[in-house]
Design a protein around this ligand. Structure first.
Ligand code: CAO
Length: 415
């Protein structure tokens, strides 16, 4: 089967997490991704958090599937010449270096346009233009600077970062969309362009409901669906909402049977207004249907704590899966708290390729998250990540280098 991005060549200058997530997605969609790495060491994550001595870490292998690896010292003169050929050969250059690195290598936007006017140059940076544009940024810096941390956690605790890598993987996703759009625009214009996804912007985009709440708070001084209502205090900034729902339907996390021993014996429960009758029936509070304090969503808002206590008095008598089955019979939305241990063995996720087992020559079989985006006419087959420099000779041959050239480049430590 032909793939959606067949024929698109990506010059992948990415490292760590944010950039690699972007180019991995493009590879899964069919692009030929050529990952350029420093000779001898490569992407720093190959060695970070290693669990098998001598083998590329899971950090690296899970972010670099379906790519080819070439080693190249891009600071040497010969390395720069090879890089120039790669710029000519490829459609998109993706990078997430610290600001200024590509310019210092001699590959400014102007120079790249001279070499290949069709080239799209896509960058992840920590911040967009402004006071912080020169800063180096990692995941949690972005979560803090993009508004996520100030709105995550409990009212009486410090700001919290989340386990979802919204700064790195989230920005990688944003960048991938920008690249695909630029490729589409190039069909009409014949020219490349620069694509920038700043991590602060990406996180803020994912936190847009909190900017919504900021403006509601400024107008009304209160957020009625937040746990601070009605007894707590609101300041001038959106507070941390604990496990309150970010939408118009109140929700929270409640305990289920076994919570004393199992840290994940919990369920997210949504008190959705259209199924209030069913909720009262299931938890045995039919009297609330006619009680003016509980009969309408507005009347319930100041009493949500009482509502969720009653829900929890019911859920602690059931496992999270029993509760989920009963609630879904009544169309009551809920979500069991699933652990990574459980997800790793979920047969439905295995069947769809969202969880895949991949074999690796040095580490053996391991699990990975496959392509979460499913195209009906472009099916993804996940291939293992490349070893450092595994495709150097193959790629240089495609660029027109002869075997003798490779020997001298290797002797000079250019590759
Ligand atoms: N050959 C020779 N040199 C190479 C090379 C190659 N193939 N690949 C990279 N280098 C060099 C660069 O030229 C650069 O050298 P100079 O600083 O002398 O110009 C150097 O390696 C390091 O690049 P860097 O500054 O990007 O790397 P770092 O480890 O110091 O910083 C990071 C890492 C992630 C903080 C920084 O790259 C960054 O802020 N990136 C943008 C934001 C981002 O993506 N953050 C998320 C990372 S994932 O958590």
């Amino acid at each position: 089967m032909a793939l959606a991005l067949d024929g698109v060549r990506i010059l992948d200058f990415t490292h760590v997490q944010s950039g690699p997530t972007c180019t991995q997605l493009l590879a899964w969609l069919g692009a030929d991704v050529i990952k350029v790495e420093k000779p001898g060491s490569g992407d720093i994550t190959r060695q970070q958090l290693r669990d098998v001595p001598g083998a590329d870490s899971l950090y690296f292998t899970m972010l670099n599937h379906n790519k080819r690896s070439i080693t190249l010292d891009t600071k040497s003169e010969q390395g720069k010449q090879i890089l120039e050929r790669l710029v000519r050969h490829c459609d998109v250059l993706v990078e997430n270096f610290a600001p200024g690195v590509l310019d210092r290598m001699g590959f400014t936007w102007g120079r790249i346009q001279e070499i290949n006017p069709r080239m799209i140059v896509a960058s992840v940076k920590g911040f967009g233009p402004g006071p912080y544009e020169e800063c180096k940024v990692y995941e949690n810096v972005a979560q803090c600077a993009g508004g996520a941390a100030s709105t995550t956690g409990f009212d009486d605790g410090p700001p919290l970062v989340t386990g979802a890598q919204i700064g790195d993987s989230g920005t990688g996703l944003h960048l991938a969309l920008g690249i695909v759009a630029a490729l589409y625009q190039r069909v009409a214009t014949g020219r490349g362009q620069k694509v920038l996804a700043a991590m602060q912007d990406g996180v803020l985009n994912l936190c847009r409901v909190k900017l919504r709440d900021q403006q509601r708070l400024a107008r009304t001084a209160v957020l009625t669906e937040y746990p601070q209502y009605p007894h707590g205090r609101f300041g001038s900034a959106v507070p941390r909402a604990a496990n309150a729902s970010g939408g118009g339907q109140p929700g929270t996390i409640v305990k289920c049977k076994g919570w004393e021993r199992d840290p994940n014996a919990y369920l997210y429960f949504i008190a959705q207004a259209p199924v209030w009758k069913e909720i009262c029936h299931v938890i045995g509070r039919e009297q609330w249907l006619t009680d003016p304090n509980f009969a309408t969503p507005e009347a319930r808002l100041p009493r949500l704590k009482e509502v969720f206590e009653a829900v929890e008095a019911w859920t602690v008598t059931k496992t999270k899966f029993e509760a989920m089955a009963i609630l879904n019979e009544h169309d009551i939305p809920c979500g069991p708290i699933l652990s990574m241990e459980g997800l790793a063995h979920d047969p439905a996720l295995r069947a769809t390729g969202t969880i895949v087992e991949v074999d690796h020559p040095k580490r053996g079989p391991y699990l990975s998250v496959g392509n979460p985006i499913k195209l009906s006419a472009s099916a993804t087959k996940v291939r293992r990540s490349p070893l450092l420099g595994e495709h150097t000779d193959e790629i240089l041959a495609e660029l027109g280098y002869a075997a003798a050239d490779l020997d001298s480049l290797r002797a000079a430590k250019v590759i």
